[in-house]
Design a protein around this ligand. Structure first.
Ligand code: 4AD
Ligand code: MG
Length: 462
């Protein structure tokens, strides 16, 4: 028996179409001759109203068993709906209760706080907001692949378990290969958890960039799209210990080409998601953040501002605002600084380039002034940093010096240095935090609410 997704019915369904719906009950309203049931199947924000007429053979039993959360299959014909806000409704001719729902179901029809929903992460995708988030997240992912595939970039899968610390920031989760059949024990007989991975120190990746560079210096243009991990203080509304990153890398490319790609990329994603998920985006605008649709249009229709770090510091020093963290050339821009620039000063995304060498990673290309590197961060209103990228250091000698200057072991990077020995080229790329993109797109306040399973002590069950 084929069935129909509600989104298709809402968009294209015509009176007299015979359809089969499989979904979950949101509400039930009993009247004298009919019972009205709203069904949702996750394909759309809005459910479809189904009308159960009293002459159904199993009417009494069916209506009794149906409650919010129950799983049902309904078959019947679409009829014009007298109700407001819907063109058609389903006149049920055959109904089946597939799974009833216990009265303890926590998602009764009322608003729940996102904090509460995080404690029932296994049920929260059944809510309107989390359903909309998952559809928009999916549309973002589809648009990302569409954008890169359309331009001939190859999608490369980089390792999750790795020996290298890409960012050199020491924010790594360690991986151990604990063989439970041969549990190593220390002198006291206690289990020794300090064992390395196949005899080497291994970590969960913080970024696929270095491996991405390997591929770009063979295949020209590539992108990664996968999970990354950071053992940093993630107790903010913008940080996760496990998040997804999109990292394009381009050979024969400098900072200018990198900035152009980042801007075209963000514009494309916003345009495409508005086409793919118009109802969900309107919902976010109505219920979560009234800036959502305006912001999307601002991004699509305006050029991003582009300033250097030195100019950014200048703007911050001239600002009438008092910052908690004092401004001076050389500081790492704090989220309050980034948000002032993007939200108040420029009121649109801006790209900040040429950061001081000391505050950026070893692989960024040293500029002629020897004080700055060819870095670029894209700062977004309401979010702050959404993209971080750079032109890479392609000169062998300079790169060796930079690795050593940062106190990193040169021998660990022998393969990375080889890329500069054998046919080195200028190349550049960036990393987009996927969850920050979804936050930016939807206006959701907390990053934990735009990922299906946020990693935190609270949600350690799965
Ligand atoms: O600026 P980051 O650290 O850059 C890199 O990792 C480079 N290797 C990227 C590259 O050039 N290929 O991280 C990139 C982006 C940030 O701009 C931010 O959007 C996101 O990743 N990000 C996080 N998102 C959620 N939680 C965290 N803890 C994040 N840390 C970084
Ligand atoms: Mg960064």
């Amino acid at each position: 028996m084929s069935h129909h997704r509600i989104i298709q019915i809402l968009r294209h369904g015509q009176p007299d179409d015979v359809v089969t719906l499989k979904g979950w009950v949101r509400t039930k309203r009993e009247q004298k001759e009919f019972t009205f049931v709203e069904i949702n199947d996750g394909s759309s924000l809005k459910g479809l109203q189904a009308v159960l007429p009293q002459d159904l053979p199993n009417y009494g039993e069916l209506v009794k068993g149906i409650s919010t959360g129950a799983a049902v299959i309904f078959q019947g014909a679409l009829v014009p709906s007298p109700g407001q806000g819907q063109r058609v409704e389903l006149r049920v001719s055959q109904g089946e209760l597939v799974g009833d729902c216990d009265a303890s179901y926590p998602l009764q029809k009322k608003r729940h706080s996102f904090e509460f929903l995080r404690t029932i992460a296994h049920l929260r995708p059944r809510t309107n907001t989390l359903g909309a988030v998952m559809r928009v997240r999916n549309a973002c992912a589809a648009a990302i692949h569409e954008f890169f595939q359309g331009q001939g970039f190859l999608w490369i899968q980089t390792p999750i378990i790795t020996a290298s610390d890409c960012e050199g920031a020491g924010e790594l989760f360690t991986v151990t290969s604990l063989d439970l059949n041969h549990v190593p024990r220390g002198d006291s007989g206690a289990v020794d958890f300090g064992q390395d991975f196949f005899g080497k120190q291994a970590y969960l990746t913080v970024s696929g960039q270095l491996e991405g560079e390997i591929m770009a210096t063979a295949l020209s243009n590539i992108y990664t799209f996968g999970p990354t991990f950071r053992a940093e203080n993630s107790n903010t509304s913008r940080h996760l210990a496990e998040f997804w990153m999109v990292e394009p890398e381009m050979a024969f490319c400098g900072l200018e080409g990198n900035m152009n790609l980042a801007e075209d990329f963000l514009k494309f994603i916003f345009r495409r998601v508005l086409e793919l998920c118009p109802e969900d985006m309107e919902f976010f605008n109505d219920r979560i953040d009234q800036q959502v649709l305006d912001r999307a249009q601002t991004i699509i229709n305006n050029e991003f501002a582009r300033i250097t770090y030195t100019e950014a510091i200048d703007h911050l020093e001239k600002a009438s605002k008092v910052f908690d963290y004092p401004v001076a050339w050389g500081i790492d821009l704090q989220s309050e600084h980034e948000r002032y620039l993007a939200e108040e000063l420029f009121q649109k995304p801006l790209i900040v380039t040429d950061y001081p060498t000391q505050i950026k990673a070893f692989y960024m290309r040293l500029s002629d002034d020897a004080k700055t590197v060819a870095a670029m961060d894209v700062l977004a209103p309401g979010i702050g940093e959404i993209i971080g990228g750079s032109q890479r250091e392609e000169r062998l000698g300079v790169l060796e010096q930079r690795i050593q200057a940062q106190g990193l072991p040169l021998e660990d990077y022998w393969w990375y240095l080889d890329l500069r020995r054998y046919g080195s080229v200028p190349h550049a790329g960036f990393g987009l935090g996927f969850e920050r993109l979804v936050q930016f797109m939807t206006g959701m306040a907390n990053i934990r609410d735009v990922i299906p399973f946020p990693r935190s002590p609270l949600n350690a069950e799965f």
